[in-house]
Ligand binder design. Structure first.
Ligand SMILES: Cc1cc2nc3c(=O)[nH]c(=O)nc-3n(C[C@H](O)[C@H](O)[C@H](O)COP(=O)(O)OP(=O)(O)OC[C@H]3O[C@@H](n4cnc5c(N)ncnc54)[C@H](O)[C@@H]3O)c2cc1C
Length: 538
């Protein structure tokens, strides 16, 4: 069976939904939005506190694991990625952060012409419907709801007030030019619920006659003839089908699956493709290379007094009352995204102008990405390093589209990345010693110590990092964008794949360099920019 569309977009995730909506709004083209996962009907996706359970729900997740990491005691780290309408925007923690504006000037300097901070700011504003209204940094009326939390735990206020204790300012808006300090995050919410890109961009146009959304449809490869992308080969319920594109095929499968799809289609390092007996269509060694991620470690404390979002029977009446509030008014604790507060600080390698550490504060004890329960009162303070020097790769494990690729982030291969996290752990422990936390009666859980005041050696902190560090879910860079002449790039600044016509990659994989913050808003921005470029040429 074959069907024909103007544009085929592979992956209904953060970027794919954004692109599809902008193309549909022109009323000039037909679009197939193809998603391997299912519809986003699971209520835990939409109820913000459900985020704590989402990594355990296997049916909406690719459930990847990295290769053993030598610097992390040979551990294989769990990498959840959304396999559902909305992609990872349907399972993420909803924190709305754009990065440091100067990150985009660096992209431009690396060869991504047109992506400077001044050029991308209007694109961030375009998709945004911010409940705080418009100002030079924010927009209203866009498809994506951005809101202040309707509810946050008092301990998140304590965390923000603790800023003074560690000589940091309090920050009201992390998306302006200045963001050093601690504050409560704005979130991807509309009316107290998650606003994924599926909900914000696709929901309102789902029945548009020009849009065909195909779920449960796994794209196996791009069909390329004479150096031109013609369509895609897919699998639905064991049946192989092809869809053809009059204009373009756009890969928006994310930083793991887009490079995998390119390689399965014969685009990549020729010798690596030969290892898997895949005929090379375009020899681009950079495919799957230059992967960067934010490595994260969680400093956790136990509390003597009842507090936060603990899994404890005595809190049941509170949860029932909040459940009623959520059902009737979309208010209360169930509208929390768990990672309520956070902020930015500088390690020995950062500065006030360019902080290189980010915090996510959770008023509870979350263990193993929420896949295990901890029956105790306490708090978790994630700290991640924003500008890692280590780079990793995605490589094929086999030529079967159903097999996960080898994911090797190559964490901490540069020692500076390790020592930046050492500074982060020290600062996180110090935050918990602030007077604002005294009444909780805190004691250390991880890293293990006799008290929060106990000075830990570098070696003890390094052991803790090697044993406990995890991803904070921001892989990027595996289809790097930049100048066509640069051997380290896969796509040009218009996200067109080099040496193949009518084929683009548009998602987090094209970032030339990881930006300093969470990656969802920047990925929407990338899709907004390419959509505008495509539309201008229609
Ligand atoms: C647990 C978690 C928490 C996070 N928290 C935050 C946060 O709080 N704030 C933030 O800004 N960022 C966060 N992120 C990161 C952010 O969500 C991602 O960077 C962003 O969603 C990436 O968008 P994307 O379009 O590149 O990929 P995705 O959104 O992952 O979309 C890729 C889509 O392609 C589909 N697909 C892949 N391969 C195929 C195929 N072969 N055939 C068909 N379909 C395919 C996938 O199923 C998926 O739907 C988090 C991510 C995770 C996983």
């Amino acid at each position: 069976m074959t069907a024909n569309f103007d544009f085929i977009i592979v992956g209904a995730g953060t970027a794919g939904c954004t692109l599809a909506r902008r193309l549909i709004d022109t009323q000039q083209v037909t679009v197939a939005l193809i998603e391997a996962g299912k519809k986003d009907t699971n209520p835990f996706i939409h109820m913000p506190i459900g985020v704590a359970a989402l990594s355990s729900i296997t049916g909406i997740n690719w459930n990847y694991n990295t290769t053993p990491q030598p610097t992390l005691n040979e551990r294989q780290l769990f990498w959840p990625r959304g396999k559902v309408m909305g992609g990872s925007s349907s399972i993420n923690a909803m924190v709305y952060i754009r990065g440091q504006y100067s990150d985009y000037d660096e992209w431009e300097a690396m060869g991504a012409k047109g992506w400077s901070a001044d050029e991308v700011l209007p694109l961030f504003k375009l998709s945004e419907d911010n409940t705080r209204g418009t100002n030079p940094f924010h927009g209203v009326g866009g498809p994506i709801g951005v809101s202040d939390l309707r509810y946050h735990d008092p301990s998140s206020d304590a965390f923000v007030a603790a800023a003074q204790h560690v000589q940091l300012p309090q920050v009201d808006d992390f998306n302006t030019h200045e963001r050093l300090g601690l504050g409560i995050y704005q979130v991807f919410h509309r009316d107290g619920q998650r606003c994924s890109t599926a909900k914000g961009f696709i929901g309102p146009v789902l029945s548009h006659p020009n849009l065909t959304v195909l779920t449960h449809t796994h794209v196996r490869k791009v069909l390329i003839e004479g150096g031109e992308a013609k369509g895609v080969e897919c699998e639905i319920n064991g049946e192989i089908l092809t869809y053809t594109a009059n204009r373009e095929v756009i890969l928006s499968g994310g930083a793991i699956n887009s490079p995998q799809l390119l390689m399965l289609s014969g685009i990549g390092d020729k010798s690596h493709l030969a290892e898997h007996m895949i005929e090379c269509v375009a020899d681009i060694p950079a495919v799957g290379q230059h992967m960067q991620d934010h490595l994260d470690v969680v400093v956790q404390v136990k509390a003597k007094s009842a507090c936060g979002y603990a899994v404890m029977p005595r809190l049941l009446p509170k949860y029932i009352s909040h459940g009623m509030q959520y059902l009737t008014q979309k208010k209360g604790l169930l509208t929390s995204n768990a990672a309520e507060a956070g902020g930015f600080a500088a390690s020995r390698y950062g500065s006030a102008e360019k902080p290189d550490l980010q915090f996510h504060f959770i008023p509870g004890l979350i263990v193993d990405h929420g896949r295990q329960l901890a029956f105790d009162y306490g708090f978790s303070l994630h700290v991640c390093h924003l500008y890692p020097r280590s780079t990793g790769s995605i490589r094929l494990a086999s030529k079967s589209p159903q097999d996960a690729p080898n994911i090797d982030p190559n964490y901490l291969s540069d020692e500076a990345d390790l020592y930046a996290l050492v500074d982060g752990v020290r600062l996180a422990r110090q935050i918990f010693t602030a007077p604002e936390f005294t009444h909780y009666g805190l004691s250390p859980w991880y890293p293990i110590a006799s008290s929060l005041d106990e000075e830990l050696s570098d070696e003890a902190i390094i052991d803790f990092i090697r044993e406990r560090a995890e991803t904070v879910y921001h892989p990027v860079g595996t289809c790097r964008m930049g100048s066509v002449d640069d051997p380290n790039t896969v796509v040009d600044p218009d996200c067109r794949v080099k040496y193949v016509t009518r084929l683009r990659v548009v998602d987090a994989s094209v970032m030339p360099k990881i930006m300093g913050g969470n990656t969802n808003a920047p990925t929407i921005m990338i899709a907004e920019k390419i959509a505008a470029n495509i539309i201008a040429e229609l």
